[in-house]
Ligand binder design. Structure first.
Ligand code: FRU
Length: 550
C-alpha cells in the first residue's frame, strides 16, 4: 500500500526486496565499490538456514547495481547458511572472502572464497575451494558460538591475521588466527580481548586510525608512529556496537586500551551509535584515502509488517570515520558524495533567535528525503538544569525518556522536528539538552520517537547519548540529520554522537512531511546556520519498472 511504499529508502542501501542484515565484505577494487550483505533470497524474514551473501556494486557508494548472490549455502561446509565475514585484497590484486559457514552438522566454521576471475570488474563469481573449512570448530568453543571473521591484516612477520568471535569457556572472546597462505590458520593462545560479562560478541573489527587528521589507513598499517587501533565489537545481548581505541602490538597480538578504566566488559566502552544499528563493518577506501563504516539498521515494526512490505533492513549511510584529537573517540560523518544528491535548498537567516517555546517551520524542502545541517549557539549556560545526583547522569537513554522534547527545560531541549505531519501530531524530535552537575556541563543528545507514529505496535523509544565535548568552551553545537522516509540518522557535535532511528509515520500515506526547528528551553538559543536540502533519489538496486521515491 501507499504507506508501505513510502517507507522505502531513497539513498540508504537496500536490496530490491527480501531480508537483509549485516554488511559483509565491503571493499574497493579495480575502480568499483562492492557491498555484500546477509541476505535471505526467499523472504523478508531472517531464516537461520537460508542466509546467502547478497552482492551489489557501485562507482560512487551512492548508486548501486544488484548482482546475483555471491555465496549460497550449497556446500557441505556452509549447507546451513553463509553467515557474516569480510573481504581482504591479497597481493596480486586478488580479492578473498573469509566467512562463517553453518556446516552440514550445523556447526560454525570459517571458510575462504576467492574471486573466480579477479579481472572481472564486477567480481560476479566466487569460488569456494573444496578444502574448506579453513578453520574448523575448536574443541573449547560451542558449535553455535564461533563466527564473523574480520578483514585480515599483515603483521611485520609477514603473516596474515584475522579476528574471529568465539565463546571460550563461557567467556566472550575475540580470537586471533595467523596464516602464511590464507588457507592454513593457527590460533594465538591468548585472545585479543575477553569479557566474562558481555555475553556473545559478534562481528569483531580491528582497524588502524591515524593519530592526527581525517585520512584513513590500510588495515595492515601499524608500527610507525602516529597509528592507533580501534577494536569494535557487537554485543548480542544489547544489540549494540561498542568500540575502544588503543594500541595493537603485532608481536604478541595484544590490544591495550586507551581507556582501561572502562573495564573489560565492552558494554561500558564507547558506542558507535546510540540508536538502532548493529553489526557494523569498516573498510579502507584507497580511492579517497578514508575509512568508511557500514552498519545494519533493522526495522522497528513487526515481522508481519516486514512480510507485508516484502523487505526488511537497511544499511546506514556510509560514514567516513576518523580519530578525534582526544585520542579516545571516533568521529563519523556522512561521506561527501551525498552532496551530489542535494537539490533545492531552504534555510534560516543567520542569527535567528529561537525564544522559549519557539517552533519554526523550514519551508521549501520535502522533509521525507532531506539533508539538514544546523548550528546552534547557546548565549548562556546559566539556566542549565542542575543535577545533584550523579547517578541520574549514568543512563542517557533513560534521561531522554524522562525528559522528552515536550518537557520544558533550561538550556534545551532545542533541535529539529522531522518527518512531522502538518498538525505536528506525528513528529520525530532530534534535540539537545544541557545539564549541570556541580561545575561540569553535560550535553545530552536525544532522538525521541514517542510521537514518531500514531500507530501502535511499533518500537518508539527515546534514544540518547552524551556528546563528549566541552560545551562551555564554545557554546556551539552542530546537528546534521539525514532523513530518508523510514530512516532518521543524526550526527551531533560534528560526528561525536550518532543516533540512527527507524520511523513509520502514518501521515505519509496521505500527506507530505514537514520540518521544524524548535526550542523548548526557558533560555533563548540562536541558529547560527541552518541549511536543508531536498535529496535526489539514488539508484539503489531498483528493479527496472519499479518506481519509488519523491
Ligand atoms: C550478527 C549476526 C552474525 C552472523 C549473522 C547471521 O547480526 O548474528 O553474528 O554471522 O548475523 O546472519
Amino acid at each position: 500500500d501507499t504507506a508501505n511504499h513510502a517507507r522505502r529508502t531513497a539513498y540508504h542501501f537496500q536490496p530490491a526486496k527480501n531480508w537483509q542484515n549485516d554488511p559483509n565484505g565491503p571493499m574497493y577494487h579495480n575502480g568499483m565499490y562492492h557491498l555484500f550483505y546477509q541476505y535471505n533470497p526467499h523472504s523478508a524474514l531472517w531464516d537461520i538456514g537460508n542466509l546467502s551473501w547478497g552482492h551489489s556494486v557501485s562507482g560512487d557508494l551512492l548508486n548501486w547495481a544488484a548482482l546475483d548472490t555471491a555465496l549460497d549455502p550449497t556446500s557441505p561446509f556452509d549447507a546451513n547458511g553463509c553467515w557474516s565475514g569480510s573481504a581482504t585484497i591479497l597481493p596480486g590484486a586478488l580479492p578473498a572472502i573469509l566467512y562463517t559457514g553453518i556446516d552440514a552438522s550445523k556447526e560454525q566454521v570459517q571458510n575462504v572464497a576467492f574471486a573466480k576471475n579477479p579481472s572481472d570488474p564486477l567480481l560476479r563469481e566466487w569460488e569456494k575451494p573444496a578444502y574448506n573449512p579453513v578453520i574448523a570448530l575448536p574443541a573449547d568453543v560451542p558449535g553455535d558460538k564461533f563466527r564473523d571473521p574480520s578483514t585480515a591484516w599483515l603483521g611485520r612477520d609477514g603473516l596474515w591475521r584475522i579476528a574471529v568471535s568465539a565463546e571460550v569457556d563461557g567467556v566472550a572472546s575475540t580470537l586471533v588466527y595467523r596464516s602464511k597462505d590464507f588457507v592454513r590458520w593457527e590460533r594465538n593462545a591468548a585472545p585479543l580481548h575477553a569479557s566474562r560479562a558481555a555475553g556473545m560478541v559478534e562481528c569483531p573489527d580491528l582497524f588502524p586510525v591515524a593519530e592526527r587528521g581525517e585520512d584513513g589507513l590500510d588495515t595492515s598499517a601499524n608500527g610507525a608512529g602516529g597509528v592507533r587501533h580501534v577494536l569494535k565489537l557487537s554485543v548480542m545481548d544489547t544489540l549494540q556496537d561498542y568500540y575502544m581505541v588503543g594500541t595493537y602490538d603485532d608481536a604478541a597480538d595484544a590490544f591495550s586500551p586507551a581507556e582501561p578504566e572502562r573495564g573489560d566488559d565492552c558494554r561500558s566502552w564507547r558506542r558507535l551509535d546510540y540508536g538502532h544499528v548493529y553489526a557494523s563493518k569498516s573498510f579502507f577506501d584507497v580511492r579517497k584515502n578514508r575509512r568508511v563504516l557500514w552498519a545494519w539498521a533493522n526495522e522497528s515494526d513487526s515481522q508481519a509488517d516486514d512480510v507485508a512490505r516484502g523487505w526488511s533492513g537497511v544499511q546506514t549511510f556510509p560514514r567516513k570515520m576518523w580519530l578525534a584529537k582526544d585520542g579516545k573517540q571516533l568521529l563519523q560523518w556522512p561521506i561527501e558524495e551525498i552532496e551530489t544528491l542535494r537539490r533545492k535548498r531552504a534555510g534560516l537567516w543567520r542569527g535567528t533567535r529561537l525564544g522559549a517555546g519557539a517552533v519554526q517551520e523550514i519551508v521549501g524542502v520535502a522533509s521525507s528525503q532531506a539533508d539538514v545541517e544546523v548550528v546552534f549557539k547557546i548565549p548562556s549556560l546559566e539556566e542549565a538544569e542542575r543535577v545533584d545526583d550523579p547517578n541520574r547522569l549514568l543512563d542517557p537513554q533513560k534521561l531522554c525518556g524522562e525528559k522528552g522534547a515536550a518537557v520544558r527545560g533550561g538550556v534545551g531541549p532545542f533541535g529539529l522536528l522531522v518527518m512531522a505531519s502538518g498538525d505536528l501530531h506525528e513528529h520525530t524530535a532530534v534535540f539537545f539538552r544541557v545539564f549541570r552537575h556541580h561545575d561540569k556541563y553535560k550535553l545530552l543528545m536525544c532522538t525521541d520517537l514517542t510521537k514518531s507514529s500514531t500507530r501502535a505496535g511499533v518500537y518508539k523509544p527515546a534514544y540518547g547519548g552524551f556528546v563528549d565535548m566541552d560545551i562551555d568552551d564554545h557554546k556551539t553545537i552542530s546537528l546534521r540529520t539525514l532523513i530518508d522516509h523510514s530512516v532518521v540518522e543524526s550526527f551531533g557535535g560534528g560526528g561525536r554522537a550518532c543516533i540512527t532511528a527507524r520511523v513509520y509515520p502514518e501521515h505519509v500515506a496521505t500527506s507530505s512531511s514537514h520540518l521544524y526547528v524548535f526550542n523548548n528551553g526557558s533560555d533563548a538559543v540562536k541558529v547560527a546556520k541552518l541549511e536543508a536540502w531536498d535529496l535526489a533519489t539514488a539508484t539503489v538496486n531498483v528493479v527496472v519498472g519499479d518506481h519509488h521515491g519523491l
